[in-house]
Ligand binder design. Sequence first.
Ligand SMILES: [Fe+2]
Ligand SMILES: [Fe+2]
Length: 171
Amino acid sequence: MIDFECTPRVDLEFMNREHRKAFDDANALKSLLDNALERRLDSGVKEQRKSVLESELEIEADAQVTEPDSVEIDQLLQTLLLDTVTHFELEQQCMEEYLFPARVEHNQEHQRVLVWMAEEHSLWTADCSVETIIHLSDYAADKFPNWLLSHIVTMDTVMASYIHRHGGTSL
Ligand SMILES: [Fe+2]
Ligand SMILES: [Fe+2]
């Protein structure tokens, strides 16, 4: 997990706000996934302890424990996606307005990451299994925040500096 406070700032404040939101979304998702994994593992242990004589009602009650997790994780994946769409749209508008020279390459990178993020979300829609929780934990705690940090210190830093030097101010 990466905390926004430990990352470098760029020259445009609206971008720093979007980056904070993205790290916060990813960290909240990681926490939810950790809790969900813990509950799944707990209920797995309980299942093993159940005797054959236990009623179906009890088994049903245990199954329902995981249901709110799935909905919450889905909602947070949706929030991360919508916040990222907004983040990229704001940067793209800014690059167009100031005719930033590398705007095509920067936009292509944004589009690639949105496709990747939508694919991660669709994994959860298709299968809320322990394997998917583990996969998404790696995405939320490592793959996505490390991509974001690397994007901030390269493309975003160059773009924000250019726009700031050409009269762009914080939105
Ligand atoms: Fe950015
Ligand atoms: Fe960017």
